[in-house]
Design a protein around this ligand. Structure first.
Ligand SMILES: O=C(O)[C@H](O)[C@@H](O)[C@H](O)[C@H](O)COP(=O)(O)O
Length: 332
């Protein structure tokens, strides 16, 4: 399919996840022996003549219980860019590399998007060389499966919709099959939409598109892309809100979000933390306090910000930041 044809069909898509799953041809099964975790490798330095970056600062922070060096330790890699342009270049390269690896190893790439400034930062995926190749040097856009980490409960054509934001900024410009872009059912209540989205994820697990983690017992998406608010929220998991403590559900809902609009659905922390890779895209001086707290080694389980509760059992959480966002880190 040509890029423009795919873009047109993707742009026209407005079906719910369940409808799309019924409509799509059965996804290829992922061989059982390849359903485990992808190898967690260290990123190579993003420095190049096109994307200058300050020296990478990698930190192994204490886990929330204060211990260090446990399997659950939130190992982070912090990339600091001198300009947003370079951050976008590096983020495209990182995402394309993971896409290529996942397609080569599992035959699919499952990625979950947040809203906010993240989508603009992903724009270079819709430009050469990524547009043609999709990542990994192969035409693998057809193997992408796109979900939302969190979504506002508004119609898909509403200005507040994360679906619309991503369609306008990225997804309408790349040849991902429309049947593999899983928006929420915007005809349902917040509670109904969260249940429906969890059902969608279960179907994708059953079809072998999403692997299950043997370690966590939750689905293991290949990549979860997060932004962070100045208050340290990620997805629609806000400080002090009870859904931050959800342990069972994969997807939950909120009707009193401090960031408008109030009604949202969101991946829970266990689902976020079960993914193979997490990228956090965090820029601007307004985020400096929360970045400082996230990288602090002094942790008390009583006042953790949601961003501090993001943790991978294996692999690195890669932070894509700029200098204002890390301005309160004394060791930079
Ligand atoms: O739907 C949302 O509101 C987002 O998913 C939210 O979690 C966002 O990612 C952060 O608020 C950061 O947004 P910015 O990068 O625009 O500051």
């Amino acid at each position: 399919m040509s890029t423009s044809a795919a873009a047109a069909s993707a742009a026209a898509a407005s079906s719910t996840c369940a409808t799309l799953l019924r409509r799509s041809s059965p996804p290829s099964r992922v061989p059982a022996n390849l359903r485990g975790s992808l190898p967690s490798r260290s990123l190579s330095s993003p420095s190049s003549s096109r994307a200058p970056v300050s020296p990478v600062y990698a930190a192994a922070s204490a886990s929330p219980d204060g211990s260090r060096g446990t399997a659950a330790a939130a190992r982070k890699k912090l990339l600091i860019f001198d300009a947003e342009e370079y951050l976008a270049e590096s983020l495209a390269k990182y995402t394309a590399r993971l896409s290529g690896e996942s397609v080569a190893e599992r035959g699919a790439f499952t990625v979950a998007l947040s809203g906010g400034s993240l989508i603009k930062a992903l724009r270079k995926l819709a430009e050469p060389p990524y547009l043609e190749a999709g990542g990994g040097g192969k035409r693998d856009w057809s193997k992408w499966h796109v979900l939302w980490v969190d979504e506002r409960v508004v119609p898909k054509d509403h200005a507040d919709s994360n679906y619309k934001l991503a369609m306008d900024g990225l997804l309408s410009k790349v040849p991902i099959p429309a049947s593999q872009i899983y928006g929420i059912n915007d005809a349902l209540s917040a509670e109904g939409a969260a249940d429906d989205y969890e059902t969608c994820l279960k179907q994708l697990v059953q079809d072998g598109v999403i692997a299950m983690s043997q370690v966590t017992g939750f689905p293991k998406l290949d990549l979860v892309l997060l932004g962070m608010g100045p208050d340290g929220h990620v997805a629609s998991l806000f400080p002090g809100h009870p859904i931050v403590n959800e342990k069972q559900k994969w997807v939950s809902y909120i009707k009193d979000s401090p960031k408008p609009p109030p009604e949202r659905i969101t991946f829970t922390l266990p689902l976020v933390n079960s993914s193979a890779h997490i990228a956090l895209v965090v820029t601007g001086a307004g985020k400096a306090g929360a970045v400082h707290k996230a990288f602090s080694e002094k942790k008390s389980s009583s006042d953790l910000l949601p961003v501090e509760m993001v943790s991978l059992q294996e692999g690195l959480i890669t932070w894509f930041t700029d200098k204002p966002a890390v301005s309160m880190l004394s060791s930079i």
